[in-house]
Design a protein around this ligand. Sequence first.
Ligand SMILES: *Cc1c(COP(=O)(O)O)cnc(C)c1O
Length: 470
Amino acid sequence: MSKENKLQTLLRSLPAMERILSDSRLTDYDSLVERDVLKRICRATLDRWRETMIEGDTEVYSDALFFAEIKDELERRRRPSLRGVINATGVVIHTNLGRSCLAPEAVKAVMACADGYSTLEYNLESGSRGQRNAHVEWLLCQLTGAEAAVVVNNNASAVLLVLAALGDGRESIVSRGELVEIGGSFRIPDIMSFAGTKLVEVGCTNRTHLVDYERAMTDQTALLLKVHPSNFSITGFHSAVPREELAELAHRRQALMVEDLGSGILVSAAELGIEGEPTVAECIRAGADVVTFSGDKLLGGPQIGGIVGRRDVIEKLRRYPLLRALRCDKMTLGAMEATLRLYLKGQWQKVPTLAMVSVPKGRLYERAVAFRERIDEELKDFCLLTSLVETEDAVGGGSYPEKPLSGWAVSLRVSDGTLSAGALQERLRLSSDPVIAGAQANALCLHMRTITPDEEGRIIAALRDVLSEV
Ligand SMILES: *Cc1c(COP(=O)(O)O)cnc(C)c1O
C-alpha cells in the first residue's frame, strides 16, 4: 500500500462524531457539561489525533487511548480551577496561594453583602447616595492617624493613582536604591512613565543623601517618592535618607512627600516579634503627605490598596477620574472593614496573617510533636519515617527577604523508597484536597506555622489517599 493510501486508511479509523458522543464512556458527563461543549472537546481531540497521524507520529488508532484523552480533559475541566489549598510551606503571605487568609469576621462581612443588597453606596440616615469609601475611611484614619483615606484595587493601583494625580506632567524624584521591581511587571520606572510623571533618579544604588534630593529639586518637582525595597535588602556600606528629613525638605520646597510602604503594617513590628518595618502611622507621623500600602500583606486583609494622608491631597485623588477605574468591589470593602474593626478593638491576634507571623516558636514545636504522633498513629500501616525538623519559615509577600522566621515542621519520607520526597510532594499537590508542602534533605516538610489545626486531619487524609495508591 502506498504511503498516501496508508494515511487515508489510518485517518478513516478515527471515529465519527456521532459515534463518539453516543459512546457509553461519556454518558457520565452528559449532566456535567453542555452538549456543545462536549462536542468541542471531542472535536479538539479528533483534530489532535488527525494531526499526529498526518505528521507520522501516530501509526495506529487506539480507541482506549482516544477516549481516555477525552475523559482526562473532561475530568480536568469539571474541577473548579480556583479552589482552596492547604499551605504547608511555612510562607505566611504566599502570593501564589492568595496572600492573606481572612479572619472569620471578615468572611462573615463578605457573605453579608455578597448574596443580597447592601449599603455599598447608600446612606441609611439620609436615604440617599453614599460613598463606597466611607465604610473604611474613618477606620483607616483612626488606625493610622491620617486625616483622610481612600482605597483602590491593590497597592500597585494605589501607586499608579497617586503618581498620576499628584505627579502628572511634572517631576518625581526617587533614590536609585529604591527603583525596584516588585514582581510580575510592577517596576517603579515603568509605573512612573505610565502615570505621566518624569522620573528623576538621585543618589547611588547603595547610598543616597539628602543633598542629592535637594540638588535635583526644581520648580518642576511635584513630589519626592520613597519606596520600600520590599523584596531585597542592601547590606554593608549603605544609607538612605530618613523619611522625616525627606518630608521636611519636600515641604520646605512646596513639594509632596509620598511613601509606598508596600506592606501596610498597623501594629508595631516589635509586637509581632519581627524587626524593622515601620507602621503606616509612623510614616504619617514622620510627615509623609501620602502613604500607600497593600491590604493583603502584613495587614492581613483582602487585596486592596490603601492610600492615607493629608485631607487636601486625598481630596485630589478622590476627584481624579482614574479612581473610578481602580475602585474596589463590595466584598473586598466588607472584608477590609471587618479586618480593620479587629484592629480597632485591639484584637489583631484574630487576624490570621498576624497570628501566624507572631506565633511563638515553642507553640509550633508543641504542635509539631502532637501532629507527628498523630501521623505515626493514623498512618502506621504505611512505611513512613517521620521526624521533627527546625525550619526557616518566611513572612513572604516580598516582606523581610533576609529575615526568616524560625519554626518547626514534621518531616516525612517513605522508608521503602517507593516514593521520593519530590514525588510525594507532587502527589499531595494533585490530591483531591491539595496540600502544598515543602521539601528539605529529600524529605517532605510540613511547616506547622501555616497549617491550621483543622487542616491537620485533612493532611493525614490526603497522605492516606496518596500512600494507598502506591
Ligand atoms: C507589594 C508591593 C507593591 C504592590 O502591591 P500589590 O498590593 O501587590 O499591588 C508595591 N510596592 C511595594 C513596595 C510593595 O511591597
